[in-house]
Design a protein. Structure first.
Length: 62
């Protein structure tokens, strides 16, 4: 399974990823979007596709 990793340096806190996530694993933090429940991520990539600045990558877990 995989989970998203958000670059705090690149995130513009627009919330597009939070809205796009069907599993509600993301939320807007004080400075940028944050992964709050990576274990529930299904690895669909919706958040990555929604991010207008490419601040989200996916890391595969073994």
């Amino acid at each position: 399974m995989a989970h998203p990793v958000i670059s705090g340096d690149d995130c513009i806190s627009c919330g597009a990823c939070v809205e796009a996530c069907p599993c509600n694993v993301l939320e807007l933090g004080a400075e940028h979007a944050e992964v709050t429940d990576g274990d529930s991520c299904i690895g669909c990539g919706s958040c990555m596709g929604a991010c207008p600045v490419g601040a989200i990558t996916e890391i595969a877990e073994d």
